[in-house]
Structures are given as C-alpha cells and as structure tokens.
Ligand binder design. Structure first.
Ligand code: GAP
Length: 442
C-alpha cells in the first residue's frame, strides 16, 4: 500500500515503542536527548545487523581480521588524528525566547527557525565527549570517548601486522560504541549521541586506492540490496565534492537512502590515503610501515574505509519495511523485513491451549531453536490476532500446530507477505524453513 512518506516516520516510531523495539533512554526521568534504549525485538534486530555485517566483512573473507579497541583513548590520539581541531560543527544559539542551539550550516538567515529571535555569532563546537581517568580531574587525566572506532585500527596497526600473518591488501574490522555530542540529534535514531559503529580499514599499496575504493562502493551497495533486502530504488551513491570532504579524506562516496525527510547518508566509504598512519607515525615516533614480502618495499599503506552505524541501518530497515494492507477485510500493519534480519524468523503458534497441541508445538520449537530466531506464541487471542502481532514485528513465517497435526504429523507455514499457507511434514520443517529464510526474496 502506498503510505504518504511524511507519515511513515511517525508510524514507525509508534510501532517501535508499542512493540518493544526502542524506548527513550531513562524515560521515567524525562529522557535524555539523543539517547535510546533497545527493547527485546530491537536488541534482536541490532544483533542480526551486527552479525550479518561481521559475517560478510570478516568471516566470509580471508583478507579481513577483527579488532576491539577501547572506547576511551588519550588526548594524544585525537590530537594526532586531527579530531581535536577538526571534529567540530559550527554552533549558533538563539538569543530570543527559546534559547535553542542550531548547527550554523543548517540554518538559513539570521533568525531562529523556532521563535524568530536573533542568533548569536557562529562558534566552533567540538563533538567529542571528554572525561577524566582516575581520581584527579586535571589536564593530565583527560580522555575522550571515541567518536569513531577507526583510530583503534590505526593505533593498533603495528600490533596487528607483527602478531598476525596479514599481507597488504588486507582489512581490520571493528564494531563498537562511538559517542558524538551532536548539536541537533534527531530523526529518531538517525542521529544520536551514542551509537554503534561498524568500520573496516582496508589497507592497500600506496596510490593503489582507486580500484579498492570502487570495489568497496559496489560491494557495500550489494550488501544492502542482496543481504539486507533494502529497496534498490531508495538507494543511491553520492560522491562528495572536494569542499565537503572530511579532513582526512581524498574522496568519499555516501550510500544514501531516501528517508521520509529526504535523501540522507546511510554509509560513508572514504579514501583516507595514508593520512592516519602518517600522523600517528609522526606523533608517536613509532615505525608504522609495512614491509611488503612480495616487493621487499617498506611503506605506509593507504586506506579505504566503509563505515556505518547499526542505528542508521536499523532505522533504514524499519522505514523501508513498514507497510499497511488489508487482509480478510481488516487493515493490518506489517514490517516486510528480509528474513535475514527479522528479529523473529519463525513464530510457532498452537491453535488452542489444548495440552496435546502445546506439547507438539514445544517440540517443534525445540527442533528449530539454534538454527533460527524462534518465538513460541501461546498467549491469548485468536490465531488471527497472533498472526497480526507477528506481522507487526516483521516475522516472515508463522508455524501453526492444529488438531490435524496430531494425526498427519504436519504443520502449516504461513508467509507474512502473501499470507499464503502451505502444509509441511514436521520431519522436513527445518529444511523447508532454512530454504525459505535463505532463499527468500521480496
Ligand atoms: N570513521 C569514519 C566516520 O566516522 P562518519 O561519516 O562521520 O565517518 C560514519 O560516520 C557513519 O556513522 C555514518 O555513515 C552513519 O552511518 C553513522 N553515524 C554518524 N554519526 C551518527 C550519529 N550521530 N548517529 C547515528 N549514526 C551516525
């Protein structure tokens, strides 16, 4: 069904609260702007996103290794990387009634967009959160919560090359929390202050960046369409003009999604050259060069970096999957999530509360658990209501155990999108679900 795009965000926000995907952080105390908690289905969806990224970026490849570095790093790291100086947004504050703060590059004119009051002059605001390590709050104890995971890969580069058998070209991947004191968090979890980054630094020989850059742009786009099932028509590539590049980048392409509020960045793929390794080598006075066993040359590798947050993918998936239609003359809300990412892949529902049915249903659950994300749904309400609930959380397959099951040892698989049903022998059930989950296309 075509739902007016401007309504989709509100509908998705309401659904995520109603169905236990996302709650505002510390809500009973009034919340904390730009921070969110994830409920049971939200956690399952986040994990699915994270696992699929790791699987495709690390486990299915032989040229990428993993890393987990710390969330807090000393000032020296951020000074070398340029974040202390450059990781800033221009800020303007309303001097009128509302006192709201705005990103100067996002307001047109001299008046506050909220109350029409005058704005002060723009000043630079660093987005990094600062704190102290140890009991003394002095300059020497200052550390920063990382605004990107990437610096961990550069700072540990020497450790990785000397302790593993990696050879250029190779990548180091990391998933983990990042923090940015965004001036204007918003559009739900699109822009938040605490989020989970998934980044991979792909090291290549000097000046051999163009080929790898092109490869990763295509490969990342393929992941969104083929693995996550995101609608190709709502995705596009945007090449940044030189003047909008980050301080470390030679070229950057964003994979953009058409959000209800307009086209916006989903993932960035940046060509960081040898900028980071070079500055860390200079400031730390450590040799960060790689001795290439094929050419016997020593060099600082260049770097291509695909980077995206779990939250950005999360909101994209929900907005892309949200739909409403009419089934048996009743309106329904559904999330047409790809089975790969659905928080629940299979729901097992006994038709009634009769013990014989419950026993079989629980056996079915046992046989599927471990292979799939399974939910057992015996709770009240007729079967139709239970299907609707599963449709709303995006469960692609419901398995119904009914009275015939007791004699024919078969169950019904009901597909979310078409509501079509098929009868399948319990014996062949896990193979059939496996096929449907992996082979399913929208
Ligand atoms: N290491 C490169 C880097 O951090 P970035 O474009 O600043 O580049 C990478 O961020 C990705 O992180 C973005 O493409 C987006 O997916 C996500 N991201 C950035 N800021 C975010 C925020 N405040 N909330 C949620 N996700 C964010």
């Amino acid at each position: 069904m075509t739902i007016p795009r401007e309504q989709v965000m509100d509908k998705v926000v309401a659904l995520t609260k109603r169905r236990g995907f996302i709650y505002p952080s510390s809500e009973i105390y009034g919340g904390l702007s730009g921070f969110y908690d994830y409920g049971p289905y939200g956690v399952a969806l986040k994990r699915a996103i994270r696992d699929l990224w790791w699987r495709h970026m690390v486990e299915l490849r032989d040229d990428v290794v993993g890393l987990e570095s710390t969330l807090m790093m000393p000032e020296a790291v951020w000074e070398a990387s340029g974040h202390l100086q450059n990781f800033v947004d221009p800020l303007r504050q309303c001097l009128g009634e509302c006192k709201k703060r705005w990103r100067a590059d996002k307001v047109l004119g001299e008046k506050c967009p909220e109350c029409g009051g005058p704005l002060d002059d723009a000043r630079m605001f660093n987005l990094m959160f600062k704190t102290h390590v140890g009991p003394l709050e002095d300059r020497a104890s200052e550390v920063y919560l990382r605004p990107e995971t990437a610096q961990g890969m550069f700072v540990d580069f020497k450790n990785v090359i000397s302790s593993t058998r990696v050879r250029v070209p190779f990548g180091i991947a990391q998933q983990g929390k990042a923090f940015r004191n965004e001036i204007t968090p918003g559009n739900f979890v699109f822009r938040v202050r605490e989020f989970e980054l998934m980044e991979m630094e792909y090291f290549v020989r000097p000046r051999q960046d163009d080929e790898a850059f092109d490869y990763w742009r295509k490969e990342r786009m393929r992941w969104y369409t083929d693995v996550l099932g995101i609608n190709r028509e709502r995705l596009r590539m945007y090449d940044h003009p030189k003047e909008s590049l980050s301080h470390y980048s030679k070229q950057t392409t964003d994979i953009e999604y058409e959000f209800p509020f307009g086209w916006g960045e989903l993932e960035g793929i940046a060509d960081r050259t040898d900028f980071d390794l070079a500055v860390h080598q200079e400031k730390s006075k450590q040799d960060l060069t790689f001795l290439d066993p094929e050419t016997n040359e020593r060099y600082l590798p260049w770097v291509i970096e695909p980077a995206v947050s779990v939250e950005r993918i999360f909101i994209t998936l929900l907005l892309d999957a949200y739909d409403e239609d009419v089934v048996n003359n009743e309106p329904r809300v559904l999330l047409r999530l790809h089975p790969n990412v659905a928080p629940v892949q299979v729901a097992v529902v006994p038709l009634s509360k009769k013990q014989e049915l419950i026993d079989v249903a629980q056996e079915v659950v046992k046989s599927l658990r471990g292979q799939f994300r399974v939910e057992y749904d015996q709770t009240g309400g007729n079967i139709g209501r239970r299907y609707r609930r599963q449709d709303e959380i995006g469960t692609p397959f419901c398995i119904t155990v009914d009275f015939d099951t007791l004699t024919d040892k078969a169950v019904t698989i009901r597909q979310r999108d078409s509501t079509q049903q098929e009868r399948v022998a319990i014996e062949g059930l896990s193979a059939r679900i496996g096929f449907l989950v992996s082979g399913a296309r929208r």
